[in-house]
Design a protein around this ligand. Structure first.
Ligand code: PLP
Ligand code: TYF
Length: 394
């Protein structure tokens, strides 16, 4: 049996994480996997999460199964957080999923059930698990241009030109905020143009929002998702709680399907519960319950928002410090894009060879496409990275 298996491609980000652990140098710098780290390199359990977990331990009286779609209170709280009334609640079907990845997977499977021939359009580049899961499900896939290698901003002309090639009934996968891996995001005006372009061709948007609160703020980061949700009859939204609640390993996420009306919503809901049943029956509950408690308790929520905002501002400050150090060392503004990018990541825009050289010569680990996790930096490592970038001729 198992002798017939073929080796599978490795996840490059996770392989890099393993290589970093193996590196004996105490000067090494981890800018790899997308996990938030504070200045001392810890990934903390957020205060409100700890408090909610304590309360859960004290107050939870049963661990019996919940339901195929998860706890309805989790759906309500997350729909409110992400959509904030942008569409009528009765149009939104939702299921809890194991993380944002689970939501993406279930969303793609829902598309496959509804429209097996639909092509899923992904940004070039995108989070590698997007194409990986789409390929695994054997769904048609295409790419739209997204990143301008010269400016390190969005190649918006290329994106719009490619969106014109999308066919009616296709699906366009968009990042809700804080684009992974580039850090480059659409302006509000560009977003409106992209929405018009997707409407013109008659395609459906699928929004992946994994970093709400890491870019311009909790509310601002939801704006693009809300604008998209309000503009189409049908939208899929995969939201992850891994980063903004710091509950990575608890596997907490949600898939929302916006339907035209309540009947269509009920059908979507029934299909989503069916898909959960086929894949794992009941979704994980612990993280979802913690998130629900935080979102619905005013004291916990205020503390969570405050800590999330500190986290966001800390990353923004690191960006600005790095851009400013590079301005000083290069005597130019060619790295200013780092301060314009938003979220955890920035694509530096250099070759895999130079990325490898940074690793070999300086112990600086970034993903091969030159994606850096900004949260991996601190006041001590910023000058080290900036000097290494300049010394490597980037
Ligand atoms: N989508 C993007 C773009 C991501 O970067 C991540 C990151 O982890 C996810 C989705 C889903 O993450 P998780 O499954 O850990 O919630
Ligand atoms: O892009 C990242 O680094 C995060 C974490 O298979 C991640 O999204 C990386 C790889 C993976 C799952 C999550």
């Amino acid at each position: 049996m198992f002798a017939h298996l073929s080796p599978q491609p490795k996840d490059k980000i996770l392989a890099l994480m393993a290589a970093y652990k193996e590196d004996p140098r105490d000067t090494k710098v981890d800018l790899g996997v997308g996990v938030y780290k504070d200045a001392s390199g810890n990934t903390p359990v957020m205060r409100a999460v700890k408090a909610a977990e304590r309360r859960l331990v004290d107050e939870q009286t049963s661990k019996a199964y919940v339901g195929l779609a998860g706890d309805p209170a989790f759906s309500d709280a997350m729909i409110d957080l992400v959509l904030d009334g942008a569409v009528a609640r009765e149009r939104v079907a939702a299921v809890a999923t194991p993380g944002g990845t689970g939501a993406i997977r279930q969303g793609l499977e829902l598309i496959k059930l509804a429209a097996p021939d639909a092509t899923v359009w992904i940004s070039n580049p995108t989070w590698p698990n997007h194409p990986s899961i789409i390929k695994y499900l054997d769904m048609p896939m295409a790419e739209y241009r997204y990143f301008d290698e010269a400016t390190r901003g969005v190649d918006f002309d290329g994106m719009l030109a490619d969106l014109k090639l999308v066919k009616a009934g296709d699906v366009v996968l968009l990042h809700g905020c804080c684009h992974n891996p580039t850090g480059a995001n659409l302006t509000a005006d560009q977003l409106q143009q992209a929405i018009s372009a997707i409407k013109d061709v008659g395609a459906m948007p699928f929004v992946d929002i994994a970093y709400q609160g890491f870019g311009d703020g909790l509310d601002a980061d939801g704006a693009a998702t809300r604008a998209i949700a309000a503009s189409f009859d049908n939208v899929l939204i995969a939201a992850s709680c891994s980063k903004n609640f710091g509950v990575y390993r608890e596997r907490t996420g949600i898939l929302m399907a916006i339907a035209r009306n309540q009947d269509e919503r009920d059908l979507a809901q029934q299909n989503l519960s069916y898909l959960n049943r086929q894949n794992y029956s009941f979704p994980p509950d612990h993280g979802a319950r913690v998130v629900t408690m935080i979102l619905t308790d005013p004291v916990l929520r205020a503390d969570w928002e405050a800590e999330l905002e500190d986290t966001r501002l800390g990353m923004l400050d690191l960006r600005q410090q790095l851009a400013s150090e590079l301005r000083r060392l290069s005597n130019s503004d060619r790295f200013d894009f780092l301060a314009t990018h938003r979220g955890m990541f920035s694509r530096l825009g250099t070759t895999p060879e130079k990325v490898e050289k940074l690793r070999a010569d300086h112990g600086i680990y970034m993903v091969g496409d030159s994606r850096m996790n900004i949260a991996g930096l601190n006041a001590d490592t910023i000058p080290v990275l900036a000097k290494a970038i300049i010394d490597s001729g980037i």
